[in-house]
Design a protein around this ligand. Structure first.
Ligand SMILES: [Zn+2]
Length: 278
């Protein structure tokens, strides 16, 4: 599903050329180069990256090299910092994908200044897509954290849950990070059992979405519950219950974020249920 927000990057990442530092330097020096300035995970609108700023090569937009610059060490940068999620509906999908990619790679790079094995400082390589420890030579590649998200249904209802301290009507689908030693489907079964005490009979992949807030990859599923029994864990969730389509429509009458895969999973289900009813 490339039409999910932040998916559908159109840049040519040029992985075969970005390993050449001379080629990267030439791209950076090209007059038509585009540099996206970021500051502490925010896009700086009206901002400007100095020539010596730390940059990551994102890719080629036709003939235009596109870089992202991290100005996070500056206390008060030029420009207005903007949260990408607040901007997403004001830019075209390919631009949203570029900005998300920039945010994600800069966040990773900024947090890998030192080697996790020996504590040595790291240097950037491959246009910013690799960091190498000066002391032990360890290679650090960009990390993505996979998380599963699932819409569970029972007959004509779906399972939504409220987290502790959430607003009274803030119900959401269940989601969680994949743990070491799990595949995606195992993670879906575990999350739903742990958080809501619900056993699933089948788990079907729906779509995935890049989610660099800060480093996620969301993998979306639909699943059926074996029984309607619910037992919330009390730790993460305050409440979980079954909602009819009419109740979900009512919940969503108030404006909410539409950029997430959760929105997609619920909308798809609502559309199917509404079609059956109609
Ligand atoms: Zn090291």
């Amino acid at each position: 599903m490339n039409d999910l927000a932040y998916n559908g990057l159109t840049l040519d990442r040029a992985p075969d050329r970005r390993t050449d530092p001379d080629w990267i330097a030439a791209q950076r020096a090209t007059p038509n180069t585009r540099v996206l300035p970021f500051w502490r995970d925010h896009l700086l609108i009206g901002g400007h990256a100095p020539a010596d700023a730390d940059t990551v090569f994102l890719g080629l937009d036709g003939d235009t090299p596109v870089f992202a610059a991290d100005l996070s060490t500056v206390d008060k940068p030029v420009g207005e910092p903007h949260d990408l999620r607040a901007l997403v509906n004001t830019v075209d999908p390919a631009e949203a994908a570029t900005l998300a990619y920039a945010r994600g790679i800069l966040h990773w790079s900024r947090n890998q200044q030192f080697c996790g094995a020996c504590g040595g400082a790291t240097d950037t390589r491959d246009g910013g897509h690799l960091r190498v420890c000066r002391d032990c030579g360890k290679l650090l590649f960009p990390r993505i954290e996979p998380a599963v998200i699932v819409l569970v249904t029972w007959q004509d209802r779906c399972l939504l849950a409220r987290h502790h301290n959430a607003a009274p009507d803030a119900y959401s689908t269940l989601a969680g990070f994949v743990e070491v030693g799990e595949n995606l489907e195992t993670a879906v079964h575990r999350e739903v059992r742990e958080e809501a005490g619900v056993t699933l009979t089948d788990v079907q992949y729906q779509a995935s979405q890049t989610w660099p807030f800060p480093a996620g990859l969301m993998i979306g599923y639909r699943a059926h519950a074996a029984t309607p029994d619910i037992a919330v864990d009390g730790a993460e969730l305050e409440e979980a219950r079954w909602f009819t389509a009419a109740e979900v429509h009512e919940l969503r009458a108030t404006p909410s974020r539409t950029d997430s895969i959760e929105h997609f999973l619920i909308s798809t289900w609502l559309h199917e249920v509404d079609c059956v009813v109609a």
